[in-house]
Design a protein around this ligand. Sequence first.
Ligand code: ATR
Length: 274
Amino acid sequence: MNVTSATKLLAVIGDPVRHSLSPLMHNGWIADYGLDAVYTALPLKSDDATSVIRSMKALGFTGLNVTVPHKEAAARAADRTESEVANTLRWEDDGTLSAFNTDGLGFIDALTETAPDWRGRVSRIFIIGAGGAGLGIGKALSAYADTVHFANRTLARAEAAASAVPNGRVLRWEDLERGFGAADLIVQTTTLGMVGQLSHDWPVRLCRSTVIVADIVYKPLETDFLRAARARGLVAMDGLGMLIHQGARAFELWFGVKPDTQKARARLLAALGG
Ligand code: ATR
């Protein structure tokens, strides 16, 4: 990589962000396509991320990815946005800033890769967790489902998510078993099962044999949830799929090129040690 004063600048901003795999993923694609660009990770601790983001235009940034806790600020910083929660920003030639959210479509791309026939199989969706990730995925999937049930440790957040999604419903945390038994698609969006966090004994035994399960955790790549699902022969999708496909859509927004997602997966697997 030959970085000069002409090199395009991109970054992921968030807090924390040092653990992010996005630089590895995007710099790999930048090299694949011989682009004069570089992508880094910038930790941003600020109560006014909107101002910080707007001022990055003066530093000549081409685009940004935005992660927790600045996705709302990113949408506010933009001159136009497709969502009030943005994970991708792009400065246009006229100096204005456009905001996008590629998380939902990235999840759908990953799901389509894992289970190409999912649209014909899924009508009852069960989302475990009602944080930013759970809500974003629920919104993106809502149009394809009869119902989207949310269960969350903190009930109020499940209620808020359910009311933000047209066919959203609440399932109480105590009723997880009912959700597992009824769903055609189960998406685990909490931090449970992540390295260093608590695990949970999900009632996978109650799942329908045709269910598709997905976990957005990718450290470890095979969570206890996915292992239990695969042991039952269920279709199971790991958390790298969404990470890669949301990134691929962001890359295409900046460079107009659909990057090679299989190459990204190989690089990320090597970095994760498997
Ligand atoms: P994100 O925006 O990435 O989804 P988040 O908003 O912090 O992150 O959400 C984390 C999710 O993990 C929430 O659903 C959270 O539940 P609460 O809303 O009750 O906090 C869930 N979570 C984290 N630790 C948990 C635990 N020990 N048991 C159950 N759920 C947990």
